[in-house]
Ligand binder design. Structure first.
Ligand code: ATP
Length: 337
């Protein structure tokens, strides 16, 4: 009999609600029958206290070795302090594609039913290039970087994904009426790639109009291709369409490595209370299972998740229930049989 493969995965529980949702998800992954070896690392303020580094070098080495990481949210200080750990890891491993599917869960009453959107966000440049400086006191410059290489590869990723998964339409979301050079280049690259995919309808919408259109009629979109900052903002908006940030998963994908993490942040307002919804990280873990070719395990967890939502008896507060994080995980485990 063939030996079952052990997957070595770098695990970053993160902070805020990170450790709670990560623990819930790891319990569920352990119950799939898939063999795991977790390499656990702290990152951010917690890591700095122990190692004197926000991202310990051993963490970098672990991801380099394993090529796959499951990551909880790590708090980024606002307005000052260290650089975002999330953004730093994405750049370090050149995880240029941020993939975020937005779909309803069965039984969960939300603002819109039957939403099926794919967000593909450029993950390494744009306004997140981190190039900011004070020119003179009171005057700051923040540089947005758009490159032909970066824009072309994310557009190719989007079109190839769409073709492979039977998606029919891609919209580039932009502000090229104002940022004519940078967003103009992003669009030119997307248009050029689109020429090789005549089977996929290509369109362009301005970002501000897109936000309004999404709220009025999200069904007009299928797959959305966005620069870094627009992708970040539109992801949260789309999470609101289907029940909130507690639900939406994400995958940061490069040619070599992948980091799976929820769209949401560390949610300090609800941390440590056993009330956070682990669904977003669980759905990210399902994406990870598929990435690791563990389709049967992915289907099993997906089915259990759908059963628990369809029954609606053991849901967390953010989606109208009363269950705690660990109770919700227990319900998933029970549904897995
Ligand atoms: P960041 O900028 O770090 O991504 P954010 O602005 O997306 O963070 P979050 O920390 O994700 O903000 O939290 C935004 C709101 O959503 C908070 O009120 C938080 O409680 C809620 N929230 C986020 N994640 C969850 C979750 N998993 N379960 C329940 N509520 C959540």
């Amino acid at each position: 009999m063939a030996e079952t493969k052990t997957h070595k995965v770098t695990l970053i529980p993160g902070d805020g609600i990170g450790p709670e949702v990560t623990q819930a998800v790891v319990r569920i992954l352990e119950a799939t029958g898939v063999k795991w070896e977790w390499e656990r690392y702290a990152a951010g303020a917690e890591a700095f206290e122990v190692f004197g580094e926000y991202i310990p070098s051993a963490l970098y080495e672990s991801i380099e070795r394993n090529k796959v990481a499951l990551k909880g949210p790590v708090t980024t200080p606002v307005g000052s302090g260290f650089k975002s750990i999330n953004v730093t890891l994405r750049k370090k491993f050149d995880l240029f594609a941020n993939f975020r599917p937005i779909r309803n869960l069965p039984g969960l009453e939300t603002k819109y039913p039957n939403v099926d959107l794919i967000i593909i966000r450029e993950n390494t440049e744009g306004a997140y290039a981190g190039l900011e400086h004070e020119v003179i006191p009171g005057v700051v410059e923040s540089i947005k970087v758009i490159t032909e290489k970066g824009s072309t590869r994310i557009a190719k990723f989007a079109f190839e994904y769409a073709r492979k998964h039977g998606r029919k339409k891609i919209h580039s979301i932009h502000k090229a009426n104002i940022m004519k050079l940078s967003d103009g280049l992003f669009l030119r690259c997307a248009r050029k790639v689109a020429e090789d995919f005549p089977d996929i309808t290509y369109g362009e919408h301005i970002i501000d109009n897109t936000c309004m259109q999404l709220v009025m009629n999200p069904y007009q979109y299928d797959t959305m291709l966005l620069e870094n900052l627009y992708g970040d903002i539109v992801s949260d908006l789309c999470a609101g369409l289907i029940g909130g940030l507690g639900l939406v998963p994400g995958a940061n994908l490069g040619h070599d490595c992948a980091i799976f993490e929820a769209v949401h942040g560390s949610a300090p307002d609800i941390a440590g209370k056993d009330i956070a919804n682990p669904t977003a990280l669980l759905q990210s873990a399902i994406l990870m299972l598929r990435h690791l070719d563990e389709e049967a395990a992915a289907d099993r967890v997906q089915k259990a998740l759908e059963t628990v939502y369809a029954e609606g008896k053991t849901l967390t507060r953010d989606v109208g229930g009363h269950a705690g994080t660990s109770q919700f995980a227990d319900a998933i485990l029970a549904a897995m049989g």
